[in-house]
Design a protein around this ligand. Structure first.
Ligand code: FAD
Length: 504
């Protein structure tokens, strides 16, 4: 075999945040002894320290690694998440839920929401949320794993977790080190490139040590030490669509509504505030646009809107929404915040780490670093980013708030054509058109369209309007009642969690 086609012998992961340790765990699981995996991280620099809400595919990541749910939740002090409640986003005093799962189950050729719209036009006041099993459980503080019997309404929802990302990284560190990953503590000072190829040859630590590798994974966070610092890959700035550029975060004692099995996002004058309940505390943060509010004002707003006593000093984070121009450049692949950041509104960052790792394994290179693999990785990753970007912009664009400059700017902004087309289809006839590689499916788009008050002007012509209203009203009434009854039979979130985490 030609030497240039030889297998990768060593991988260096730069950075030990959630991205670094998820990558180390997955690579050690997949590659075993075949390749020397090293991770370098700096205790002095630390990690971003936030990132607590996820979406359902995280369960696949843990399952693939053989991590039991009970162990995971115990070690990360995690809780269950059935979706996100959006408060004051469409207009002040209004709320809606983006559930994991679907809205009911289709009972004929016509989508459930078309029946809901017909019933609504005929005077029904049942909110769309009430056709979601996830909300039926979440709003009552209940949780149980979904049923597999497709005839049951309890098979129509899905779930993810809230967890302490620092504890998750520590848990995965133990997992990876037990499978042969070497950890080096130290601060990367310089990065040396091969003269001929421009590939990264080694990184130098400030104390003089040097680490060579065939392949480098840049998990160094916003800094992008290799992908940007050494290779100057470039960054596509999306601040004109996703204007928030700072966050202030603080944990507090759990009070208020308690350990809700859902995240809450409350729109504020210059951004929005998250509330994420864990077993031992509640995570909070105000994500805001620095053009519209000062750091001090944002901090004061956050501190005035906590459920319980703050457990530490508030922490300020700065970011620019967007993505690297390419995610894989020469022998460096960027995963995590080093690859870009689209703000935490729909909890997609840890998911993008997961899909980055999945693609890395699917296109794992040899030492010739075939451009075919690199181009495909970048094509898929860029599409994934753009699909998520459009879904996030939807929340801002569809606001009816006019009480603050941020919201007026968002309602008036020009949006990507891909998103404009989706909005136009929904507005015209309630149609949810899909794009390849959409992460969020029709139910998610429906929740946000309706939640943000983008009601369709027309209905599906397949719906027989002469019979529809009465049949639809009966149908959705029964559906919401069946879901409420099912939810009442579920254990409380706390008791389900306690039973599970004490079970082993
Ligand atoms: P970091 O955590 O920044 O880790 C970088 C690592 O690189 C650290 O170990 C650091 O020590 C190391 N490093 C850097 N420079 C050097 C150097 N010179 N030498 C050696 N080591 C170095 N995601 C979600 O999925 N859900 C959420 O709810 C969510 N909320 C968020 C809220 C906010 C405000 C922000 C900013 C992000 C949020 N995220 C969320 C994103 C999430 O926090 C990150 O995706 C995740 O933590 C991964 O970060 P990371 O590992 O890429 O970077």
């Amino acid at each position: 075999m030609d030497d240039t086609n030889a297998a990768i012998r060593s991988v260096l992961i730069v950075g030990g945040g959630t991205a670094g340790w998820m990558t180390a765990a997955a690579l050690s699981h997949a590659l075993g002894e075949r390749c020397q995996i090293t991770l370098v991280e700096s205790d002095e620099i630390g990690t971003v320290g936030v990132g607590e809400a996820t979406i359902p595919p995280i369960r696949l990541f843990n399952d693939t690694l053989g991590i039991a749910e009970a162990d995971f939740l115990r070690e990360t002090k995690g809780s269950f998440k059935l979706g996100i409640e959006f408060v004051d986003w469409a207009k002040l005093g209004h709320r809606y839920f983006h559930p994991f799962g679907t809205f009911g189950k289709p009972f004929d050729l016509v989508a459930v929401h078309q029946h809901w719209l017909a019933a609504r036009a005929a005077g029904s006041t049942i909110p769309l949320d009430d056709l979601s099993m996830a909300w039926a459980a979440a709003s009552r503080g209940r949780f149980a794993a979904p049923m597999t019997d497709p005839r049951s309404v309890a098979s129509t929802f899905d779930y993810a977790y809230h967890f302490d990302a620092g504890l998750y990284a520590a848990f995965l560190r133990r997992y990876a080190e037990a499978r042969g990953v070497s950890r080096v503590e130290g601060r990367v000072g310089d990065v040396a490139l091969h003269g001929e190829t421009g590939h990264v040859a080694h990184v130098g630590l400030r104390d003089g040590r040097r680490i060579d590798a065939d392949f480098f994974v840049d998990c160094s966070g916003f800094r992008g030490l290799l992908i940007e610092g050494a290779l100057a890959t470039g960054y596509e700035d999306w601040a004109h669509w996703l204007p928030c550029d700072r966050a202030v975060a603080v944990p507090c004692a759990t009070g208020g509504d308690g350990m809700t099995p859902y995240t809450r996002s409350t729109a504020r004058a210059a951004g929005w505030q998250w509330r994420i309940p864990l077993q031992h505390r509640t995570g909070n943060g105000y994500v805001y646009c620095s053009r519209h509010i000062s750091d001090d004002e944002a901090t004061a707003t956050l501190m005035a809107n906590l459920d319980g006593e703050a457990l530490s000093e508030p922490r300020l984070l700065r970011f620019t929404t967007g993505r690297r121009r390419t995610f894989w450049n020469r022998n460096v692949i960027a995963i995590g915040l080093a690859s870009g950041f689209m703000e935490p509104l729909e909890s997609t960052s840890i998911h993008l780490i997961q899909t980055g790792i999945a693609k890395l394994l699917a296109y794992f290179p040899t030492r010739d670093f075939s451009p075919l693999l690199i181009d495909e990785y970048n094509r898929v990753a860029i599409t994934e980013y753009e699909r998520i970007r459009d879904f996030l912009i939807l929340h801002y664009k569809l606001t009816s708030r006019d009480d603050a400059p941020l919201w007026r700017d968002c309602a008036a902004m020009t949006i990507p054509d891909t998103l404009a087309l989706k909005i136009a289809h929904f507005r015209q006839g309630g149609r949810l058109i899909a794009r390849d590689m959409d992460l969020f499916g029709p139910a998610s788009w429906l929740a946000v369209h309706i939640g943000q008050l983008n009601h369709p002007l027309g209905s599906d012509p397949l719906l027989d309007s002469s019979k529809a209203a009465a049949a639809s009203t009966t149908f959705i009434g029964r559906l919401s009642e069946a879901m409420a009854t099912m939810a009442r039979s579920m254990p409380t979130h706390e008791s389900y969690l306690q039973r599970l985490t004490r079970s082993m």
